[in-house]
Design a protein around this ligand. Sequence first.
Ligand code: PLP
Length: 387
Amino acid sequence: MSSNLRFVQINLAAIAANVKTIKHRTTADVLAVVKADAYGHGIIPVARTAIQAGASWLGTALLEEAVQLRKAGIEVPTIAWLTPPGDDFEAALKLNIDLSVSSIVQLSEILDAGSKTGIKPRIHIEVDTGMRRGGILNTYNDWSDFLLYLQSKQEHVHVVGLWTHFARADEPNTQCTQEQLNVFEQYSSELQDAGLAPEFIHVCNSAATLTRDVSDHKSIVRFGIGMYGLSPDRGMLGDATDSFGLRPAMQLKAKVVQVKKVSKGSAVGYGGTQVLKEDTHLGVVMLGYSDGIPRHATSAVGVSFNGVKAPLVGRVSMDQISVDLGAATPTVKAGDFATVFGGVDGGYSIDDWANACKTINYELVTRIARRVRRVYSEEEMDGAGVL
Ligand SMILES: *Cc1c(COP(=O)(O)O)cnc(C)c1O
């Protein structure tokens, strides 16, 4: 089967350990963020693992992601926070999915769905405290109008939560997060004054949870990238393992198709962008940009074999890359597995790849293509192939 030629290995034990680690650092409930197929790790196995390890909430962006959890029989409280007007709110209510609300239009549709189904909607009000993306803003009367509307409908809705999202929680030296918290307190007290005290307050993403005092964690922390064992920002906050004791869960591996000796002066790959300075051995690895490897990756990264690095040579192709195995006769042979990232034995990390591609670890893990099979293990990763 061609699907055995490259795969992402997900270490569920690492995900469980990361949930436990965060539970030790907070008194808040832990909401496991499993949007975007659990950051590419696979929504159902990750959700089950997180719950077993102590997460008591799940969070998704899309409603269909929350529906997927329910269809798999996962029943813990679940919030879908990116649900525009027009979404199937009746289906959401029937499946007991909490909805985030950020406008009157949206809330009125949710209330309609409530009266049609006879189910009282459970909502989390999102307020915009500085991100200027989603959420209700207290300018131009949006917030006061919303409060009046909500008050008039309060018997028909269960205000479960009030929440906001930080724009710069990964920058510990800015006051922005504190300012957002101050603005949040204002919204919170106005909601209370309107007689609509929510049961839960949640503001922290991974960066805020890892860097801010427990008193800022409120009742729930929304834990995303940290659960996958990655740092919200390695440059700003340090490596996830060194700084926070978190362990990466994803390892990407692909087979070597061919190994051959190539002479000095050869131009490798499309555009001949890299000319070999010495005679060397090249390995052709079965993974390319159609699998999610960014085309603009550089030779600052590559693959590894038992911890020995083989840097990328030339451009990333659609389905393959070439790597430098060195001048000495290589021990690597066609059919061996290369570790692209995430091994624990001294190869390249996801952050190394992200840096080399001028992106962030979040983007790398979520862009690995569906055609790359996910393989799950409960065991510690040892850097060796599992197939
Ligand atoms: C993605 C997301 C999170 C998780 O962010 P991390 O930085 O991955 O922890 C939390 N809250 C909201 C609203 C999100 O969209």
